[in-house]
Design a binder for this molecule. Structure first.
Ligand code: NDP
Length: 247
């Protein structure tokens, strides 16, 4: 089975990369379950997908709740009878230098960017094992490969996502036929910068060589679609994708 007819859960689907992923996969024939905290945004995207002839439903949920992740997985199975792909995309990036001691923001990044991914996996793995296979796609970043100024904790979370996904691949691909994919984007035009509260970090980011043409959410969605669309015998382990002008 390629994308056509696959049941796909996307977290962080109320904006940016997640929203584009839901739209692109639905257009390719997947049955998409969108999730995030902002219900109105999900509702709007789902109605647009349906108006365009696609299949989609939404469920409001917070990735920092393991109970809500479990009920999101159960909801997907209730709606569509199975769960083929789970995209852990929700994330935030409140950059700051460590000596600003923005400990609440460190906690938040760890809760959403790492624990949220683990809770998503915990919800999906038992269902996929029972089905005899599945596919978990975790969104890391170029920041999961290198550390930038102000990005110590953010990068820490994105390095962790890559480590966890590689562990998943080694443990569960051979035995449980669960494919594992890391998606590592460079700069994408989304609402992510709005999560930065530290003025110095924002200024430092703006002072760096400006990128005139960042990636669009759709560019990352296409990479996710490529990984899903491969035959079950092919596991795309990582896609690293930058705007051409990003150094
Ligand atoms: P956006 O800010 O546009 O999207 C983030 C999404 O995460 C939103 O849908 C938001 O929905 C959701 N989210 C945040 N917190 C929670 C939560 N507690 N529970 C559920 N959902 C949550 O940014 P992007 O699309 O850019 O980000 C998507 C992913 O891509 C992130 O993991 C980010 O780190 C990664 N990334 C982005 C890059 C970029 O340049 N934009 C580069 C590399 C990686 P809501 O607020 O409604 O809950």
């Amino acid at each position: 089975m390629t994308i056509q007819g696959k049941v796909v859960v996307v977290t962080g689907a109320s904006s940016g990369i997640g929203e584009s992923t839901a739209r692109v996969l639905a257009k390719a024939g997947a049955k998409v379950v969108l999730s995030a905290r902002r219900t109105e945004r999900l509702e709007q995207t789902v109605s647009e997908i349906r108006a365009a002839g696609g299949e989609a439903v939404y469920r409001t949920s917070d990735v920092t709740s393991k109970e809500q992740m479990k009920s999101l997985a159960d909801f997907a199975v209730e709606q569509y009878g199975r769960l083929d792909v789970w995209v852990n995309n929700a994330g935030l990036m409140p950059l700051s230098y460590l000596n600003k001691l923005k400990i609440d923001e460190w906690d938040r990044m760890i809760d959403v960017n790492i624990k949220g991914v683990l809770y998503g996996m915990a919800a999906a793995i038992p269902i996929m094992e029972k089905q005899g296979g599945g596919h978990i796609i975790n969104v890391s970043s170029v920041a999961g490969h290198r550390v930038g100024l102000g990005g110590a904790v953010y990068s820490g979370t994105k390095f962790a996502v890559r480590a966890i996904t590689e562990g998943l691949r080694m443990e569960l691909s051979p035995t449980s036929r669960i494919r594992a994919t890391i998606i590592s984007p460079g700069m994408v035009e989304t609402e992510l910068l709005q999560t930065i509260t530290d003025e110095d970090a924002m200024q430092a980011l703006k002072a760096r060589a400006p990128i005139q043409q960042p990636l669009r959410g759709e560019d990352i969605a296409n990479a996710i679609a490529y990984a899903i669309d491969q035959p079950e015998t092919v596991s795309v382990n990582e896609i690293l994708i930058r705007p051409t002008e990003q150094g």
